[in-house]
Design a protein around this ligand. Structure first.
Ligand code: FBP
Length: 567
């Protein structure tokens, strides 16, 4: 823990996160209802998760209930990419455990799931946790992206937990990490081990959501941070009037962050991968779309502008998607061999012979660095897309096209572009009020679900567009969120990433106004996240959450942010 604190850190440490009224007043009981499953892989999931499948949804409602007050030792692990508020999940968990029984203990596993496998841990005492309240980052215990699925790893986890007397584990993570939680819960129950597992939905990408989990934590703070930065660039752009800014925004697959930032700042162009995929667009089509926008603005005398590009775009382009699928198949069999080839041209030669002619052409047209990144997968089989500089690729392709149009006289304006990538800037920010409250509540609820004796659940949260007092908390069985997907050549159970719904209110609100944003300078400058001040400035949730799930209670009086649900 760093001993030098900024003035803001000192003030922020005093913040008391808000809990829903029921939990704050301790006036709740747990009710259960049948979970409706719409997974296409029900039979496979039932077969692979016989002890977890078919559990009911759990929800805390007003009433008198009783939960166990026995002292317990609980383990907690942070998993996957950082997201603002992870420390507050731990604080909420610890406070709820201690409120029930002062003798309960919290053990933090170090460096992600590998910490459980290897038995690396530290005790999280109230004194230790005190310095981390309302701070960003995952540095309290670190994180990691290890997959826990092999029997020997599951067994190693069991041994570690039992040796520490830990009877329950809280896994804080995204889709892959909550899948880990499901595998552990099933393994422990199937083998008669008395260890409970509860997951907490995390990821700045905002793609771990469904009707029971309205948003993952971290999305609010990260997208507001990116909106601040992108808004600042809008102001620079309209002041200098000489650059097009191509801004790539993090979010491995889904474009939720890009859509949210677009709703916040009103850029001239925002590419949404899900729409690109739905309309079968290729890389040249996207270039056409951008060139058309550049030309329109040039005709209006504006040789500047802002373009938002989602990190995951390449995977959604019809031509590149096919290439990625073919590369995936090659890697399934040849990955070890390819990794022995240190010379990029040897790698390319090997790949070329195995690709179809169309994909070989698409692969050959990509810059060397992108070709190399497309050959890397993480332990869950995901492409390392944050390392692909799509914004630079698009600048080059648009530039080539514009230069050609200049020589033929079709383009008479000017075109100069700058590239930006916002990702890591937003993942460890001190959580916004929403995320500080939400993460604390998630941790608090995880403890309640454990005290109720549940296992194989992820904390659920609805009514989130309303004030924290009214949030509805509970648990959704992890197995009910699983489906089967091809990962590294094998069908695996995974939680499906929730992509942007092109028929949903958030996207439709954007689509209604984007033509106006292209030509007019309708930019909005959200400014930095505010922690102290009036509710509409400090407590408003994301536009996405308000448009998809709420009635905009907190933003009602901010007329400039006109995003309204589309009819
Ligand atoms: P999670 O899904 O684990 O929350 O990770 C989110 C993310 O920030 C993605 O947006 C990004 O593509 C990726 O992590 C980057 O991973 P890394 O931290 O390994 O560079």
């Amino acid at each position: 823990m760093n001993s030098k604190l900024s003035a803001l850190q000192v003030a922020r440490a005093e913040y008391k996160p808000k809990l829903p009224k029921l939990l704050k007043d301790n006036s709740f009981k747990l009710v259960f209802e049948e979970a409706v499953l719409d997974t296409a892989s029900i039979d496979d999931i039932r077969r692979q998760f016989p002890h977890s499948f078919g559990k009911p949804l759990a929800r805390f409602v007003s009433g008198e209930g009783s939960l166990s007050n026995e002292p317990v030792s609980v383990g907690v692990v942070l998993s996957g990419g950082q997201a603002p508020g992870g420390h507050n999940v731990i604080a909420g968990l610890l406070d709820a455990l201690k409120a029930a029984n002062e003798n309960s203990r919290l053990i933090g596993f170090l460096g992600g799931p590998a910490g459980i496998v290897k038995g690396k841990y530290t005790e999280l005492t109230p004194e230790f946790v005190a310095g981390y309240r309302n701070t960003g980052g995952f540095d309290i215990i670190g994180s990691g992206r290890d997959k826990v699925e092999k029997p020997e790893d599951l067994e190693a986890c069991r041994k570690t937990l039992e040796s520490l007397g830990v009877k329950s584990l809280v896994v804080i993570g995204g889709d892959d990490s909550n899948t880990n939680a499901a595998l552990m819960a099933e393994y422990f129950t199937a083998n008669g081990y008395d260890i409970q597992v509860i997951g907490v939905p995390k990821t700045i990408d905002g793609d771990m959501k469904n009707e029971h989990i309205e948003t993952s934590f971290g999305f609010d703070t990260a997208s507001k941070t990116f909106a601040e930065l992108a808004g600042n660039i809008c102001r620079d752009s309209m002041s200098a009037c000489k650059y097009w800014h191509f801004i790539r925004l993090m979010g491995r697959a889904a474009s939720h962050i890009t859509l949210e930032v677009a709703l916040q700042i009103h850029p001239n162009i925002a590419i949404i991968s899900e729409e690109v995929e739905a309309s079968g667009m290729t890389l040249p089509d996207v270039v056409d779309q951008i060139v058309e926008g550049v030309c329109k603005r040039a005709e209006a005398g504006k040789n500047y502008g802002i373009i938002l590009i989602p990190e995951g775009l390449l995977e959604f382009l019809a031509d590149v998607k096919e290439l990625i699928a073919e590369l995936g198949k090659i890697l399934d069999t040849d990955e070890d061999y390819i990794n022995t080839l240190t010379d990029p041209s040897d790698r390319r030669q090997h790949i070329d012979t195995r690709l179809t002619p169309a994909s070989a052409k698409a692969y050959g047209s990509l810059p060397d660095d992108i070709q190399q990144v497309l050959l890397r997968r993480d332990k869950h089989g995901n492409l390392t897309l944050s390392q692909i500089e799509t914004e630079k690729l698009l600048i080059d392709l648009v530039n080539d096209r514009i230069r050609l149009m200049q020589t033929t006289g079709e383009f008479k304006g000017k075109f100069a572009a700058l590239n930006h990538f916002f990702g890591y800037e937003g993942r460890c920010v001190a959580p916004s009020n929403f995320d500080a409250d939400y993460t604390y509540t998630l941790g608090y609820t995880a403890a309640l679900l454990l005290r109720a004796g549940l296992t194989g659940y992820t904390v659920s949260a609805t009514n989130l567009a309303k004030p924290a007092d009214e949030w509805v908390m509970g648990g959704v069985p992890v197995a009910s969120m699983l489906t089967m997907e091809l990962r590294k050549g094998k069908m695996k159970p995974v939680i499906k990433k929730a992509l942007v719904d092109v028929d949903g209110n958030a996207f439709k609100s954007f689509a209604q106004v984007r033509d106006r944003w292209l030509v007019e300078d309708d930019y909005v400058f959200p400014g930095p996240i505010q922690y102290f001040g009036p509710c509409p400035v400090c407590d408003a949730t994301t536009k996405t959450l308000q448009l998809e799930c709420g009635d905009g209670w907190c933003n009602a009086n901010i007329s400039v942010n006109e995003a309204v649900p589309a009819k």
